[in-house]
Design a binder for this molecule. Structure first.
Ligand SMILES: [Zn+2]
Length: 289
């Protein structure tokens, strides 16, 4: 969306890119992001990125701003902007609980909250990352015990490196693709090391470009996603999103992505002033809200 001329995960002359997933890529004369987002994005695209560390005040256009970790993947950031009439927090893709390979998310109060709603309905109630990790390791052990190769499917940027790290911590070697390794090498520049990448690894880790149908999986395969059969998600589930709303204490909420409409309806029912918006909308530009 664009707000007072500033693109939030939307292309504009002055834009903010929250993280390095392709559906959040932007173009612009200057793109504000974290260093990790810049490095990871440059694997796939060009563009002039102005790097900003977490917690440091800077100006985006004419407005004072600060980045906060979003906990979604390495480098993922929320942006807090002080406009003349209100403060605003835009979460980008966001996770309440801590993952091993993302900076722990932190939230602050703001007048307006723009929050993602990928899993913004109560049926999305995921295990905590620690519980999901236990399930993952139990699966890997049981498949190896049968003399088979455990195969994991995951988004090749972010989730794949999270799995690689979990398997490293638990002592499993992993065979994986060049693309996943390329991303992992950038994670290593930021201090997240992987000692378990091995062409003869015990576990096979594969990327996917589109969600894999759950019914097409063999008993030796796991599709690791909030939409998959192991719900280790790097997005907050409904209950995590609610915790974020309670922490930010906004006067106005805009919901975006995924279940934006349903989530705003639920929030309204709870007494919040909430509106679903389209990711390409222009807030406070026209009377389109
Ligand atoms: Zn994402």
């Amino acid at each position: 969306m664009i707000i007072y001329g500033i693109g939030l995960d939307t292309s504009a002359k002055v834009a903010f890119q929250s993280h390095a997933h392709t559906d959040h890529f932007v173009s612009g004369n200057v793109i504000f992001s974290t260093k990790a987002t810049k490095f990871l994005s440059h694997l796939r695209k060009g563009g002039f990125y102005k790097v900003v560390p977490f917690g440091k005040s800077f100006y985006i256009g004419d407005y004072k701003a600060k980045l906060y970790p979003a906990g979604h993947m390495l480098g993922s950031a929320q942006i807090y902007i002080e406009f003349d009439e209100f403060s605003l927090l835009y979460t980008g893709d966001v996770k309440w609980f801590r993952l091993r390979t993302a900076e722990k998310s932190r939230f602050r109060k703001a007048d307006i909250l723009i929050i993602e709603a990928t899993f913004g309905v109560p049926m999305y109630n995921f295990p905590s990352p620690k519980e999901a990790e236990k399930k993952l390791i139990a699966f890997v052990e049981s498949v190896l015990d049968k003399g088979k190769t455990p195969t994991l499917y995951a988004n090749q940027m972010g989730k794949a490196q999270e799995l690689l790290k979990i398997l490293d911590v638990h002592g499993y070697t992993v065979r994986t693709s060049r693309d996943i390794i390329k991303v992992a090498r950038i994670y290593e520049k930021f201090g997240i090391k992987f000692k378990n990448i091995d062409n003869d690894g015990e576990v096979l880790l594969r990327g996917f470009r589109s969600p894999k149908p759950r019914n097409s999986l063999s008993p030796y395969e796991l599709y690791v996603s909030g939409f998959g059969n192991l719900k280790l998600s790097n997005h907050g589930d409904f209950w995590e999103l609610m915790r974020i709303v309670e922490k930010v204490k906004p006067e106005k909420i805009y919901t975006v992505y995924g279940h934006a409409k349903e989530f705003s309806k639920i929030l309204k029912g709870l007494g919040y002033d909430a509106t679903a918006i389209d990711k390409d909308c222009c807030l406070y530009c026209y009377k389109n809200i």
